[in-house]
Structures are given as structure tokens and as C-alpha cells.
Design a protein around this ligand. Structure first.
Ligand code: APR
Length: 226
């Protein structure tokens, strides 16, 4: 088994054209999450929240995996733990992807647990479940809990990994922000790829201050040549 973990955040998809969440041009600078990304907003005005996600799906549907996503697929057997909801790792060809924050490409009904898969780039899908209620995106919104089995699976993989590579995440959101420390405490070699220092940078054995599309292919090549 390959004991490498790629732990990814919005930064790896930034060069594919998917905006990051924080910083200049970030999603939360343009949109108030209290109006678009929490259960209360959906309960108040489901159509407004559905429309916001429709616009995001449309934008992300046109984005393609970049050299960073593609390089990761060369490390066969590695585990990807992502905070991203864009599905770009899977579209690049990665198989083992733990989506901590859910997926833009899934809907669910809070009442009857019905789910709906949405094909990236397919913009016509049902907004109502068979029970008559609105589907909500199967995304971890503000105030939602992460899925227990996802956290357990992620933590198990981290506790047994040899190399933990964090790519393009500010490390601001828990419990994901605790993952580098978990990896370190279990003896993994920890590497950060981010053009900017983060609050967690001090914890890494190596920090690569380059964009993901440049740094990930070089790092994967280096590791495969070892
Ligand atoms: N390559 C690598 N990193 C980059 C690049 C790039 N080309 N461009 C930007 N970055 C870095 C930024 O410096 C920043 O540290 O990506 C990071 C993006 O941080 P955030 O926008 O906070 O994204 P993320 O850490 O994934 O956010 C976590 O917050 O709002 C929630 O649910 C949302 O999953 C998201 C979570």
C-alpha cells in the first residue's frame, strides 16, 4: 500500500479557475455565507440557495483538472483527503478520494435521505425530491457536521501514513486544520505546498512556496524517483 496522503484545499483548484474561499476574490468575500451556505438560509429561502449553487456548478463545470490534480494520479495507491467540493480530483482520474466537505455534484433530501448524483457539466436536474421537498446540495455548510465515517476514514489513513502533503489550504477550518498535527504526531514526513505561509506552516518539515501546478508535479517526480 502506498502510504502517501495528499490533503488538498481550494488552492489546488485555483489554477483551474475555481475561486478560493478566503483572501482576495474569495467566495466568502463576495457572498455572505449566512445567506447562501447554511441550513438556516436554505430553510428561509431554498430557491435563492439553490440558484447560488446552480451558478457555482455551472462555473465549476467548465473548469478542468490542472497539472497539480493530474500529477497526483501518478502516485498510485495514495489517498486523497480533500476539502474541495469541485470533483476535480476524480475528473483527473484519482480513485481514492475522501471528500470531507461533500460534493457539488450530489444533492440530498433532509427528510427522506434520497440522494441525487449530478453529472459535472449537466445543468438540468430535479430540484424537488420525490417526497415533494427541495433537494439541498450534499455539501458541509457552515453549522453542519462532517460525516462521521469520512472523518474516521481520514484519521485512520493519516495515522498510518508515511508522507503527508498539504496542498493549497489555509488550515483555517476544523477538524481538517488538525490533520497536519495528527500526521506529525504519528511520525509522518509533512510537506506543505502553498505560495503563502499559513498558520500551520511551522508544523511542516518542508514548505514549498510555489503554486500547486508547478510544485506538485516536481514533488511527485522526486518521490517516484526515490
Ligand atoms: N497553489 C497552491 N496554493 C494556493 C494557490 C495555488 N495556485 N492559490 C492559492 N493558494 C492557497 C492560498 O494561499 C490559501 O492558503 O490556497 C489557500 C486557500 O485557502 P482557503 O480559501 O481558506 O481554502 P481552504 O483551506 O480549502 O478552505 C477550507 O473553508 O469555507 C470553507 O468549506 C470551505 O472547504 C472550504 C474550507
Amino acid at each position: 500500500m502506498n502510504k502517501t496522503i495528499f490533503f488538498t484545499g481550494a488552492g489546488i483548484s485555483a489554477e483551474s479557475g475555481v475561486p478560493t474561499y478566503r483572501g482576495r476574490g474569495g467566495v466568502w468575500e463576495q457572498y455572505n455565507y449566512e445567506e447562501y451556505a447554511c441550513q438556516e438560509a436554505f430553510d428561509r429561502n431554498p430557491k435563492k440557495v439553490i440558484e447560488f449553487h446552480k451558478v457555482r456548478r455551472k462555473a465549476v463545470g467548465f473548469c478542468k483538472p490542472n497539472a497539480g490534480h493530474l500529477a497526483i494520479t501518478a502516485m498510485q495507491g495514495a489517498t486523497i483527503i480533500t476539502q474541495n467540493i469541485d470533483g476535480l480530483h476524480q475528473r483527473a482520474g484519482s480513485k481514492t478520494v475522501i471528500e470531507l466537505h461533500g460534493s457539488l455534484w450530489k444533492n440530498r433530501c433532509n427528510y427522506c435521505d434520497e440522494t441525487q448524483e449530478i453529472i459535472p457539466g449537466e445543468f438540468y436536474y430535479k430540484t424537488l425530491c420525490n417526497c415533494g421537498r427541495y433537494f439541498r446540495p450534499d455539501i458541509v455548510w457552515f453549522g453542519d457536521s462532517l460525516k462521521e465515517h469520512n472523518i474516521r476514514q481520514a484519521m485512520h489513513a493519516i495515522e498510518h501514513c508515511e508522507t503527508f502533503i498539504s496542498i493549497g489550504t489555509s488550515g483555517a477550518v476544523w477538524p481538517a486544520a488538525g490533520f497536519p498535527e495528527l500526521a506529525k504526531s504519528h511520525g509522518a514526513m509533512c510537506i506543505e505546498i502553498n505560495p503563502e505561509p499559513t498558520e500551520l506552516s511551522y508544523m511542516f518539515d518542508e514548505c514549498i512556496r510555489e503554486k500547486a501546478s508547478v510544485a506538485v508535479p516536481k514533488l511527485v517526480k522526486r518521490m517516484l524517483e526515490k
